[in-house]
Design a protein around this ligand. Structure first.
Ligand SMILES: [Zn+2]
Length: 244
């Protein structure tokens, strides 16, 4: 749905980085957004929780039967078996259960996983080195880090990541076939605005010039690569998007 904006969208600073052109160049405060995907609770996940809960109950009963039945009663004969079974079931649930139920975010700032509330691990598109697709997961590899998106609980997010990666950093997923995942569903995921990135103190990708003032920063709107306003190349050094 289109909304009326009183202020016209600003593409660049006051004419510093050349005139005209309508490429992917963005300034730091240009609006950016991403989609947030909650995981879908799967049967395996419910079973994991059930297994862990039953294990905890059995462990409690076992501990009571073994040590807390009073002096004269002594330990219940079944108590050690209950304890052993509880340990086995709990161990199996923890080992084989499905715990990866973290929300995933996809958008202008790359791919992110919410490890804990307020603790977000992010790989910018400009830091992506490779995408890997297996039967179980789509993995986004960055330099020294990776985010695995399980297909069972996060298929809509994985579809979105694959589609965005194909248009933003196509060179990194040449071995994934077209149509390997269903096309992204525009109704899936909650669209959220992104804060402007923290860029002061970082360096221009091309000139290595220090970005001392945030107003000097320019971004590639496609992969998020960072440039000093005086060092913007005609094409993005990372994804080759036309910048001016
Ligand atoms: Zn780029």
């Amino acid at each position: 749905m289109a909304t009326d904006r009183p202020v016209k969208r600003k593409r660049r600073g006051s004419g510093v980085a050349g005139q005209g052109g309508d490429g992917f160049l963005r300034s730091r405060t240009d609006p950016r957004s991403e989609r947030r995907f909650e995981p879908k609770a799967s049967v395996a996940h419910v079973l994991t929780w059930l297994g862990m809960s039953v294990a905890a109950l059995l462990a409690g009963a076992g501990v009571y039967g073994q040590w807390f039945r009073g002096e004269e009663a002594g330990g219940h004969p079944y108590a050690p078996y209950l304890l052993l079974f509880a340990v086995l079931l709990g161990g199996a649930s923890a080992l084989f259960g499905q715990w990866s139920m973290k929300p995933i975010r996809v958008g202008d700032a790359g791919v992110a996983i919410e490890n804990a509330p307020g603790e977000i691990e992010r790989i910018g598109w400009n830091d992506v080195t490779r995408l890997l697709l297996t039967d179980a997961a789509l993995t986004v590899q960055g330099s020294g880090t990776a985010i695995a998106i399980p297909l069972r609980t996060h298929l809509p997010a994985a579809s979105r990541v694959l589609a965005e990666a194909r248009s933003r950093v196509p060179a990194h997923l040449t071995d994934i076939k077209e149509g390997a995942l269903p096309p992204p569903d525009d109704a899936a995921g909650e669209v959220r605005p992104l804060e402007p990135p923290q860029v002061a103190g970082l360096r221009c990708k091309v000139t290595d010039k220090l970005i001392a003032f945030e107003a000097d920063a320019r971004l590639c709107g496609r992969c998020g690569e960072l440039y000093h306003k005086e060092g913007v190349p005609p094409r993005c050094a990372t994804c080759e998007a036309p910048l001016r």
